[in-house]
Design a protein around this ligand. Structure first.
Ligand code: PGA
Length: 262
């Protein structure tokens, strides 16, 4: 098993003005400077440049939350991969369930966006996951396999090293119902085996698979200590410096807990 670095990624969704975002980065930077994990933040387009400038030279990696599948053209209101990259994004979320649910993003569009991101030098962080009904009907693996086939369609073996996946069960997002470590690990292992079948073990082993859905400073450590969970994608708990930095520093938090119990 290759040694993949843990990634703690925040997703601010439609939150924060430019000044709020700048203050967040200023406060976060000293709190995470000792970490050996990767710290990623997917921010609104409007604050990409301001936040990327502030994060420059720190270990915080800034990304967008979506891009257009088109290179440019008459697509009013859309932002291209080139524009996001130019504004300071190093990665972009793709296929978040809120995009799929509210904006009708299909598996086909998700695949097109992944290819667009890769061709413009943006690392895709691609989300997928089942609904509560899928899980209750024992359809989790079928749904996840369908999504993963679309995500990976026509990707070249060498492109896998740029790809990051995030398993986000829809029932866990914003609900306070975090998946158990066992539930997450079962899906992560299944995804890894699908990638091994398609691309071979060596290429498949480099792709980090994060877990997302109601991750907070209390439940993060349990997930992050498991070797099949390469990181977490955090929504609401990434909005405050305190909770987000506590997730990044999950190992210190555990030590403090053990110390205070004695
Ligand atoms: P949540 O969101 O942490 O608020 O559940 C996760 C996500 O949507 O990426």
């Amino acid at each position: 098993m290759s040694q993949r670095k843990k990634i703690i990624a925040g997703n601010w969704k439609m939150h924060k003005s430019i000044s709020e975002a700048q203050l967040f980065i200023e406060e976060l930077t000293p709190k995470v400077k000792e970490t050996k994990h990767q710290v990623w933040l997917a921010v609104p387009f409007t604050c990409l440049r301001a936040v990327a400038d502030l994060a420059m030279g720190s270990d915080i990696v800034i990304g967008a939350q979506n891009i257009s599948e088109h290179p440019q053209g008459a697509y009013t209101g859309e932002i291209s991969a080139v524009m996001a990259h130019d504004a300071g994004a190093e990665f972009t979320l793709i296929g978040h369930s809120e995009r799929r649910q509210h904006f009708g993003e299909s598996d086909l569009a998700v695949n097109a966006k992944i290819k667009r991101a890769l061709s413009e030098g943006l690392r895709p962080l691609v989300c997928f996951g089942e609904t509560l009904t899928d899980r209750q009907n024992n359809q989790t693996q079928i749904v996840v396999e369908r999504q993963l086939i679309a995500i990976l369609s026509d990707l070249k073996v060498e492109e896998l090293s740029k790809l990051t996946l995030a398993y986000e069960p829809i029932w866990a997002i914003g609900s306070g119902l975090v998946a158990s470590v066992e539930q997450a690990v079962e899906v992560h292992s299944f995804c890894r085996s699908l990638m091994v079948q398609q691309f071979g073990r060596e290429a498949a082993e480099v792709v980090p698979i994060l877990y997302g859905g109601s991750v907070n400073a209390t439940n993060a450590a349990g997930l992050l200590y498991h070797k099949e969970i390469d990181g977490v994608l955090v929504g609401s708990a990434s909005l405050a410096v305190e909770s987000f930095s506590n997730i990044v520093n999950f190992q210190n938090m555990q030590l403090q807990k053990i110390a205070s119990a004695h």
